[in-house]
Write a protein that binds this ligand. Structure first.
Ligand SMILES: Cc1ncc(COP(=O)(O)O)c(C=O)c1O
Length: 399
């Protein structure tokens, strides 16, 4: 049976071109990028070429790119590093930060940690369709606010947040602050990179996190864009790599793979046509599922969502059960976030949107990528309605 992958928000397959360049660095140019000999220089050249490619994608200076072990680390560095620096300047000061109720755990848990350090955290609510309101950001900002961190695209429901509008608001407020400390703005853009404009000046962000494995690159590599002059402390100490902001021997093959993945994203016309194809398949899926399966609710915003994401809640059936039955048919999807699917707690994202636990237990996320085909979609649509029907017949819950 040919397996079908519809879980691209969890991770993407490595693009063959990415693998090809990585193998060259694993086999031949394996030097330590800090070594002065030719092996080291070859590795350094690969790292710096990748940095240039990422800078081109974000439209920033290569000096503003810090390589990390992935977006979890990038988010930790951005948030912990920034707040701890602010605290060190005056240990007694009040510090207020703003985030949203629907962040990925790689942001959410960092703020939970900071609450233990007497940092006041505001979690902005979202609309029924999972969007942060710019007006709520405005209302929540106070003189002690130093940081706003809002994700660009939600990993469960695919909603695109109004990052540019929030960036403009923060810029205006900063202009009126005079000599007072500026508010800094971070966005977790992991799920946005394949589909949205990530130029940092366009968005008005000071920090932005990306992960290679969500863009057809390798796992264990990411970046933090850190705008020149953004005050931050490192959170990892050691050999002073990455300008002392992120110590640790560079993962050269990973970084080169990330560079190649971003180079593919920089081919704008090709990416645009891939995304149109993805959207067409996704729209067909949404239409057919809502038509063929009774009591199917689609979650998220109908317009402000990335083309690859289709998410639903099915009443009177467990998302996990649908996932397992589809897996037996060789089709991979997910329920809630892949990173938290070990937990049986209802999704905090769906709860924040006002969806009751009983309904959100039937949540299912289908996320498409550039290699998915019409034929694969036909196979999914052929088996899906029957699976939900069979499970509902077996389910003891009837509402
Ligand atoms: C929105 C978002 N942020 C952060 C992460 C974590 O990224 P990484 O796996 O590179 O640590 C993920 C991964 O699922 C994600 O979806």
């Amino acid at each position: 049976m040919k397996r079908i992958y519809f879980d691209h928000s969890a991770t993407t397959p490595i693009d063959p071109e990415v693998l090809r360049v990585m193998l060259a660095y694993l086999k031949n140019d394996f030097g330590n990028a800090s070594s002065l000999h030719s092996f080291g220089q070859a590795a350094r050249a690969g790292v710096e070429a990748a940095r240039e490619e990422v800078a081109k994608f974000l439209s920033c200076d290569p000096k503003e790119i810090i390589f990390t072990s992935g977006a979890t680390e990038s988010n930790n560095l951005a948030i912990l590093g920034f707040v701890r620096r602010a605290r060190a300047l005056d240990p007694k000061r009040k510090i207020h930060v703003i985030t949203s109720a629907i962040e990925h755990p790689a942001v959410f848990e960092v703020f939970r940690e900071l609450k233990k350090e007497e940092v006041e955290v505001t979690y902005l609510p979202v609309t029924k369709s999972g969007l942060v309101r710019v007006g709520d950001v405005k209302k929540t900002i106070r003189p002690e606010t130093v940081l706003v961190s809002i994700m660009y695209v939600n990993n469960e429901i695919g909603t695109i947040q109004p990052i540019r509008e929030i960036g403009e608001l923060i810029k205006k407020i900063n202009a009126s602050r005079g000599k007072q400390e500026k508010i800094h703005f971070h966005t977790d853009a992991v799920q946005a990179a394949n589909f949205c404009d990530c130029r940092v000046d366009f968005l008005g962000v000071d920090m932005l996190s990306l992960s290679a494995h969500k863009i057809y690159g390798p796992k264990g590599t990411g970046i933090l864009f850190l705008r020149e002059g953004t005050p931050i402390y490192p959170i990892i100490f050691g050999g002073h790599q990455e300008r002392g902001i992120r110590s640790g021997t560079e993962n050269v093959a990973g970084i080169v793979g990330l560079g190649k993945a971003v180079e593919l994203l920089n081919q704008k016309a090709k990416v645009k046509s891939q995304n149109l194809k993805i959207k067409k398949l996704r729209d067909k899926l949404m239409r057919e599922i809502l038509k063929k399966i009774p009591d199917a609710i689609f979650s998220g915003d109908p317009e402000k969502r990335i083309p690859g994401n289709a998410s639903f809640c099915f009443k009177n059936v467990e998302g996990e059960s649908i996932l397992l039955m589809l897996d037996m048919e060789g089709i991979a999807v997910s329920t809630g976030s892949a990173c938290s699917s070990g937990s049986l707690e209802p999704s905090h994202v769906l709860s924040a949107m006002g969806i009751s636990p009983i309904v959100s237990h039937g949540s299912l996320r289908v996320t498409l990528g550039k290699n998915n085909t019409e034929e694969e979609m036909r196979r999914l649509l052929k088996v899906f309605p029957g699976i939900v029907e069979r499970l509902r017949k077996m389910s003891p819950i009837k509402n």
